[in-house]
Structure formats: structure tokens, C-alpha cells
Design a protein around this ligand. Sequence first.
Ligand SMILES: *Cc1c(COP(=O)(O)O)cnc(C)c1O
Length: 321
Amino acid sequence: MTNLVLPTYQDVELAAKRIENYANKTPVMTSHTANDMLGAELFFKCENYQRMGAFKFRGAMNALSQFTPEQKAAGVITFSSGNHAQGIALAAKLLNIPATIAMPLDAPVVKVAATKGYGANVVYFDRYKDDREQFCQELVNKHGYTLIPPYDHPQIIAGQGTAAKELFEEVGELDALFVCLGGGGLLSGSALAARALSPNCKIYGVEPEAGNDGQQSFRTGKIVHIDTPKTIADGAQTSHLGHYTFEIIRNNVDDILTVTDNELIDCMKFYAERMKMIVEPTGCLSFAAVKAMKAQLQGKRIGIIISGGNVDITRFAEFLA
Ligand SMILES: *Cc1c(COP(=O)(O)O)cnc(C)c1O
């Protein structure tokens, strides 16, 4: 993969225009308690308040709103059991595009229900027997669907970058930006926005320690694949970065950091108790890394992207207990 045409900040600007009538302009929150605790000035971009509860709606809306009439008529397909499925399902519903979501047979009932609730058609594959991409490809061949993957796609990346764009436009330049990292759509889009709007801002991706494929890839200079990691950060259980996302990340990101599940739980408690917010485990990655880097961040202006808030409420209560 040498001739990738990478998205640019201009694509992020175009994405922002395409989605502005559909996506929420999410709030930027501050907390005196957090500032005092860290000795820094923190700005939390709250994508847990995005439509369907996570930033994924941005990329999905940007991609689907560029479909041709033929693509719209045939429909969209994707594979995911998480927030991308719901983002695609909601965007498709708003644009009157039929959506098919391929989910593993053992996907959580709540996620299947949420996806069906947006009107999408759910088809099941066996995650131990079927290759999910091949499974989708067969349906693409048969029905003419357009496949929109969760992160490795220029229009997805550009859409995800609109959250950081809004953050910089609201609070001005920052010294550092911390972004949750799975397959890298959010991080690479954020990096495009940061480079354009706050050129001296350091950019950090944050992964669960158990799934540090992004950190390994960043440090070795090639995409490292790992087995599906065991972590409570289910939005970051990806086994490898994408070709587009890796290229943007290696060129623009300053470092990739990791945090443990216990550090995520501490942040979840902080968000609930001090800021009155429900944040899903994956959404806690960015703040957890800021807390761990405290000594180097004294007096700095820090952006923290909270990526989403979709967590089963019973599970959430168990984390807090
Ligand atoms: C998808 C997701 C991520 C990871 O995003 P990538 O673009 O795959 O890096 C992080 N947090 C939440 C809540 C997500 O849904």
C-alpha cells in the first residue's frame, strides 16, 4: 500500500459542512477539581453527548452523505458490534439508505437491539469460523452494497476529525491533545485538525495496555497485528491500525501511550462523581493518560477527547462499586 491518497484538513472542513445539520456540536466541559488535581488547564470535548452516544456518528454521516443515488438505493453494509454499527445505522436512517450490519452471533443483546432500533438489518456471522470482511464482501457482491469500514477509510477519518476541529475553534490553541485509540480513525482525524489549527500542539494517542498494537506499530514503523486484547475498553479492542490511519499517525502523532483497566475505572468514577457524566471505559483512555503524565503537563493547556458514553448501565454500576 504505497499510493494511498490521504485525507487532509480540507477534507475535515468539508466533512464539518456536510454533517453540521445532523450532528451535535458537543459541549467542551471544564472542571476546577480536575484542573487543581492536575495543575493544568483541561478542556474535555464530550462526544459522549454526540448522537447515538459516540463520535462514530460523525464519520458515518460524512461517508453516507457522499453516496451516489445508485449507492443509496443499494444500501450500506458494515461489520461491527459496537458504536460504528450504531453510527452507520442512524446515519443511514436519517438519509433513507437501507443498512445491513454484520454482527457476531454472540454480540451483546443490547447492542443488537440498539442497532435494530435504528432500523438496520442485522445479519450474523460466526466469529470463530467466518472471516468478517470476506463475509461482508460476499454480501457486497451479491447485493451491490457499499462497505463502510469502521476506521480505515478517508471519509471516516475526515468525519471523525470534526470533533477536534470544534474543540480548537472553541478554546483556541492547546499545548497537548489526548485521543482514545482503537483502529485510529479518531486519532488520525484529530491529528489533521490539530496540525492545521494548533500547529505546536503535541498529539497523543492512548490505548489499553493489553492492546498496545498501535504503540508497537508507531515505535517499529510498521503495522503490528495482535490477538483481540482482553480489556474493558471494548471500543479499542482492535487488533491492528489501518493503512490510512497508520500513515497519518506516524507522520503527525507525537507518541502513543497506554493505560491499565484499573486506571480507566478510576477515571470513570471521577467523571461520574465530579463531572456528573457517564463515560464508557474506552472513552476514559485519554484522561487516564493525562493523569499518568501529570508531572510533564504542569501549567499546560490540555485537550481531552471523551470518545463515547455507551455502557450497559448495570455494568457501569459494577465498575463504580
Ligand atoms: C470506536 C471508538 C474508539 C476508537 O476509535 P478508532 O477510530 O477506532 O481509533 C474509541 N472510543 C469509542 C467510544 C469508540 O466507539
